[in-house]
Ligand binder design. Structure first.
Ligand SMILES: C[S@@+](CC[C@H](N)C(=O)[O-])C[C@H]1O[C@@H](n2cnc3c(N)ncnc32)[C@H](O)[C@@H]1O
Length: 227
């Protein structure tokens, strides 16, 4: 009873408020308002979310939240907790390479693995599939590509695979090469400019996959694949 009350109450909050409450840096980047817009229509239907990058505070670790945590009351798992409260019917999974990110909490499961390593992903995730996968892990381009290659098959039909902090110019040719191998065989890529956003639309003959790149602020760019 306590659990249900808590989750229904949380559902009345916006994602922005939840992220602020738990202290992730996704507000600063502008991603939160975008996610709210993207996910709000299907918020109740989302059952499983995987985020790569739970938020280590180990100093000097790759993509560490240590600097951010000095002036903000940050602890690992901030975004996982925000997702948990935002999606009332979902179980939230997090994957990270650093040990300090592992914790147990209601509706949240954390795994220790390197998302660049296919075997580690397979061992940790077993036969899990997800409605949403977000890569907020190691933000270098090859890691993002390897992670996508390892995980994209786990996105349920109609779901999203999202990569935070991409470099659009560099990434375009890379995903163009990788997605077909990772997911599909025949591809057809169209590029258009839509208002101030550069949009890439990717379609396939039997399956429609859209690829959008959202340039929210300089250096804050999202790759959004809808499967
Ligand atoms: C920016 S933090 C994630 C912040 C968190 N999503 C939040 O918003 O609260 C990035 C995390 O990615 C993890 N990471 C870096 N490389 C990784 C890899 N190859 N596989 C899994 N996690 C990785 C880091 O240890 C770090 O905890």
């Amino acid at each position: 009873m306590k659990k249900i009350t808590k989750r229904i109450a949380a559902k009345n909050n916006t994602l922005h408020k939840l992220v602020k409450k738990y202290g992730s840096d996704k507000i600063k980047s502008g991603y939160v308002d975008f996610y709210n817009h993207l996910f709000e229509p299907t918020r109740d239907e989302v059952k499983t979310v995987l985020e790569i990058g739970i938020g280590t505070t180990v100093p000097h670790a790759k993509s560490s939240m240590y600097d951010y945590s000095i002036n903000n009351s940050y602890k690992p798992g901030a975004s996982l907790r925000a997702w948990r409260d935002y999606f009332p019917n979902a179980h939230i999974y997090g994957g990270d390479i650093q040990l300090d990110t592992q914790f147990q909490e209601e509706h949240i499961t954390t795994f220790l693995f390197d998302s660049r390593n296919g075997n580690e992903c397979e061992t940790a995730l077993g036969d899990l599939t997800f409605d949403i996968i977000i890569d907020d892990g190691n933000h270098d381009e090859m890691s993002q590509v390897r992670t996508m290659y390892n995980l994209i098959r786990r996105v349920n039909p109609g779901g999203f695979y999202i990569i935070e902090d991409i470099t659009p110019g560099n990434f375009t040719p890379v995903y163009k090469q990788v997605i077909p191998f990772a997911l599909l065989s025949k591809t057809d890529l169209n590029t258009t400019t839509h208002n101030s956003e550069l949009r890439f639309t990717y379609s396939q003959i039997t399956t429609n996959v859209t690829v959008d790149i959202y340039i929210l602020q300089p250096h804050e760019n999202l790759l959004v694949l809808k499967l």
